[in-house]
Write a protein that binds this ligand. Structure first.
Ligand SMILES: [Zn+2]
Length: 155
């Protein structure tokens, strides 16, 4: 449709120099730290009396934990949150069988805060990652950084 567009002298009209790609990027960044799926209730068979108490947490705990994690859509806040519940375990003077071999993966203890039980509940890795829909690589990376920094970088 022909509007009252001013006739362009050069034959080319310049569009407004907005940069939608900028905010597209911002949205992408934000989305990267937004929940992609609703939390998954752990389906593992870890019984209440074991080390992992995955079965003792309720769907409400799962939903709350998920919401708390995704409250802020940025990496820093989420990483700080993760470090409260993914505690890297640094082996103490455990003589390795092969001294040349340095363990690269840090063992991490996973827990979830249960509102019902009013305490942290230790759960298995699979359950934890399923609840937050995050990869183990993300946690491992944070744990590694944490240990490398002397375990004091994040408050
Ligand atoms: Zn489990």
């Amino acid at each position: 449709m022909e509007c009252l567009a001013s006739p362009s002298t050069s034959g080319k009209t310049r569009k407004r120099t907005a940069h939608p790609e900028n905010w597209k990027q911002n949205i992408a960044k934000r989305q990267r730290y937004s929940p992609k799926e609703s939390p998954n209730r752990p389906r593992c068979q870890h019984l209440r009396k074991g080390v992992y108490k995955c079965e003792s947490i309720t769907m409400r705990d799962v939903m709350n934990f998920h919401a708390a994690f995704y409250k802020y859509h940025n990496k820093e806040t989420q990483d700080a949150f993760l470090l409260k519940y993914c505690v890297p375990v640094i082996p103490k003077r455990k003589r390795p069988k092969n001294k040349k071999h340095h363990p690269k993966t840090i063992h991490t203890n996973y827990s979830i805060y249960s509102i019902l039980q009013k305490k942290k509940i230790t759960i298995c890795q699979k359950a934890f990652l399923g609840i937050l829909n995050i990869t183990k690589h993300r946690v491992q990376y944070i744990a590694k950084k944490f240990v490398e920094s002397g375990g004091q970088a994040v408050k």
